[in-house]
Design a binder for this molecule. Structure first.
Ligand code: SAH
Ligand code: SF4
Ligand code: F3S
Length: 445
């Protein structure tokens, strides 16, 4: 079912894909790159202008969306139509705003949503003929069957296993930009993982907006959840590390918790967003879990894997959040002691229920709360890094550091580790962690 599109005789020769969003957005960016490779284009060398620029956008908070218009301005500023690059807008802003982008930005030739980008090569043919095109269809799973084989060479790889979201948290655009929850078939995923391993991947991160909602049938026709998929992937030769993100507390299954104690290749790290530590706010967010049920879940992960590093997401300043309710979030943080976490000021997203709720909070209140929350999260991140000081662990080398003979990689707990010595990208080296910093830890071989 692979689409073999004829190469372009005229039109752009080089491309650059700029991804602005979550890991799934980065994955989509890589796959768009592979489609363009197949079409005969090649990635523009670093520092050189590309003939085609794909802006792979994110709609989760307002800055992310506004950024694309300034980027388009920068790409076309002072350039004649002949000299300016061809521009495609992809990703979640493309899905949400579609035609509006076309009318607001005449320099854009293509607008393509996250479920339709397999049709990018055809759109490019049209664009070369001077026809602008928008495609924001959401044909459930058609995309994956129409994409070329994986060939990206890297020791770490993303693999989208699940897409979309049915949770409809009241603040969030994802259910609208990504559509309903779907799971990719088991065999397709094993096949794609094999290709990634052949291309050099030693760590595979399974992705989904609600990755632990993944379900499928294994080769024997047995119904399996994410843990079953992880157990099958762990049997593949060549893969050394497995991670997954992002999970939702409501979809957590016993078997996934158990897998953390049983599957050696499954890394001791869990990203489980909670958003708030207050039950009234959680209810208004439509999260359908409580602070306590969330804490109980984490406790079970810690029982299965005592050294598991915990991470989460937080929103401060949700409409109507009182000071006391915000302080419940601080208390939850004190209780969990995250190894790292992401925190955001609430951003009203057009079309979501929370955007029209009463009692939207002023910016200075949100700024203040975010600062206080981040101070605690930073405290805990430093404490985590200090706590692993003195331990030995494996580090997967991802890239060179700034200085010669300096290497950067990740610990099993996803901390950034740097060390000096003989190594290569893709090596799994055993290092002793000797000096903790706020954002990374120094190791020695
Ligand atoms: N599916 C995942 C992540 C979704 S988006 C989950 O449910 O956890 C990543 C993070 O962005 C969310 O966890 C949330 O913390 C944040 N976010 C989403 N919508 C937001 C909004 N309108 N304003 C501020 N932060 C938001
Ligand atoms: Fe958004 Fe909630 Fe779905 Fe996560 S679970 S993607 S926050 S609607
Ligand atoms: Fe952004 Fe879309 Fe991901 S809105 S966070 S790119 S799913």
């Amino acid at each position: 079912m692979k689409s073999q599109t004829p190469s372009l005789k005229t039109g752009p020769k080089t491309y650059r894909v700029k991804s602005f969003g979550c890991q799934m957005n980065v994955y989509d960016g890589e796959r768009m790159g592979e489609l363009l490779d197949e079409k005969g284009l090649s990635p523009a060398p670093d520092g050189e202008d590309a003939d085609l620029v794909v802006l792979n956008t994110c709609h989760i908070r307002e800055k992310a969306a506004e950024k694309i218009y300034s980027d388009i301005g920068r790409l076309t500023k002072g350039k004649t139509q002949k000299k300016a690059p061809m521009i495609a807008v992809a990703g979640c802003v493309a899905q949400a705003e579609g035609e509006e982008i076309m009318s607001r930005a005449p320099a854009v030739s293509m607008v393509v949503g996250p479920q339709a980008y397999h049709r990018l090569p055809d759109m490019l043919d049209k664009a070369v003929r001077g026809e602008r095109a928008t495609d924001t269809d959401m044909p459930a799973i058609a995309k994956f069957g129409a994409l070329p084989q994986r060939k990206r060479r890297s020791p770490t790889a993303f693999l989208t296993v699940q897409e979309g979201c049915d949770k409809f948290c009241t603040y969030c655009v994802v259910p609208y930009t990504r559509g309903a929850e779907i799971s990719r078939p088991f065999n397709d995923l094993i096949g794609e993982a094999r290709k990634l391993i052949e291309a050099g991947a030693r760590e595979i991160t399974l992705l989904g907006q609600n990755v632990n909602a993944w379900s499928g049938e294994d080769t024997k026709g047995h119904k399996v959840g994410l843990a079953g998929l992880i157990r099958a992937l762990a049997k593949l030769d060549g893969v050394e590390r497995i991670r997954y993100t992002t999970s939702h507390p409501n979809d957590m299954e016993d078997d996934l918790i158990a897998a953390h104690g049983e599957v050696e290749k499954l890394m001791p790290y869990l990203h489980l967003p909670v958003q708030s530590g207050n039950d009234r706010v959680l209810k208004a967010m439509n999260r359908a879990h409580t602070a306590e049920s969330y804490l109980k879940l984490l406790e079970r992960f810690r029982e299965a894997r005592p050294d598991i590093a915990l991470s989460g997401d937080f929103i401060v300043g949700f409409p109507g959040e009182t000071e006391a309710e915000f302080e419940d979030t601080l208390s939850l943080v004190d209780e969990v002691r995250y190894s790292q976490a992401f925190s955001f000021k609430y951003s009203p997203r057009p079309g979501t229920p929370a955007a029209t709720m009463d009692n939207q909070l002023p910016r200075d209140v949100m700024d203040d709360r975010l600062q206080r929350l981040q101070a605690r999260l930073n405290r805990d991140q430093m404490a985590f890094n200090k706590a692993i000081e003195g331990k030995s662990c494996s580090v997967l080398v991802e890239r060179k550091g700034k200085l010669a003979s300096q290497w950067l990689g990740k610990s099993p707990w996803l901390t950034s580790v740097w060390f000096e010595g003989d190594a290569q990208i893709g090596d799994l080296v055993e290092v002793k962690l000797v000096e903790a910093g706020p954002n990374s830890v120094r190791g020695v071989i």
